[in-house]
Design a protein around this ligand. Structure first.
Ligand SMILES: Cc1cc2nc3c(=O)[nH]c(=O)nc-3n(C[C@H](O)[C@H](O)[C@H](O)COP(=O)(O)O)c2cc1C
Length: 203
């Protein structure tokens, strides 16, 4: 076994170990609204469930040269965002939104995606997504980095409304195959849902 103390290598090398090991990662496509009203959207694979009581999710937005990305800044200033599940049908468009565009340019328009009004919050969602979760920001935690200069903002959102494509929803459950989720590996690699198998938990 290779044995590594993260303190003995660079941030970039630790990053490579994390993104290559923690796979496949689900991808949240997150829309936010700037203070000026520009609809912003970007993908985030540092994404997961926090708790179901009440439903909460977490997205970790890395800072860029010490600066908050638009997603973090907007989510914090408005206290709202929409998380969408990335799927095979719009992953190319999602990827286009990850370009580093200025805050006054809407990635949603650039990628040719369609905005759709939310039910509970002011931030619109993306119509192409089969699952949308309207979120109210529960907490934004600046973490990591060095004293006074965190490396990321961990956004914890409380889901206040779910929107699910009729075709996927069966008695409260989601049809995994129909969702065709896409996940992130390292670098520019992605994966589709692989073979599904069942392991019954011991009682
Ligand atoms: C599939 C994918 C997953 C990504 N995951 C993350 C992530 O978890 N955290 C992060 O900070 N950036 C991530 N990025 C990069 C952001 O999407 C990118 O920096 C984007 O420009 C941020 O947009 P914003 O400035 O509008 O917030 C990812 C990019 C792609 C293509």
């Amino acid at each position: 076994m290779i044995s590594i103390d993260p303190k003995d290598q660079s941030v970039q090398d630790n990053y490579k170990l994390l993104i290559g090991s923690i796979i496949p990662r689900p991808i949240a496509f997150v829309s936010t609204l700037s203070e000026e009203g520009v609809l912003n959207a970007a993908p985030f694979s540092f994404f997961n469930i926090v708790t179901a009581d009440p439903p909460m999710i977490a997205v970790s937005v890395q800072r860029r040269n010490g600066e908050q990305k638009d997603t973090a800044r907007n989510a914090i200033s408005r206290g709202q965002f929409v998380a969408h599940i990335a799927d095979e049908l719009y992953i190319e468009a999602i990827n286009e939104t990850a370009a580093n565009l200025p805050p006054n340019v809407s990635e949603v328009e650039v990628a040719g995606l369609k905005a759709i009004a939310s039910t509970v919050i002011d931030v619109p969602g993306i119509a192409e997504a089969k699952i949308r979760m309207e979120c109210v920001l529960e907490q934004a935690l600046p973490l990591g980095g060095s004293e006074g200069s965190p490396s990321c903002d961990l956004l914890i959102g409380r889901v206040v409304h779910f929107h699910i494509d009729d075709a996927l929803y069966e008695k409260g459950r989601i049809d995994a195959i129909g969702l065709r989720p896409v996940s992130r590996l390292a670098g520019n690699d992605y994966s589709k849902l692989g073979d599904i198998f069942t392991v019954v938990r011991p009682s």
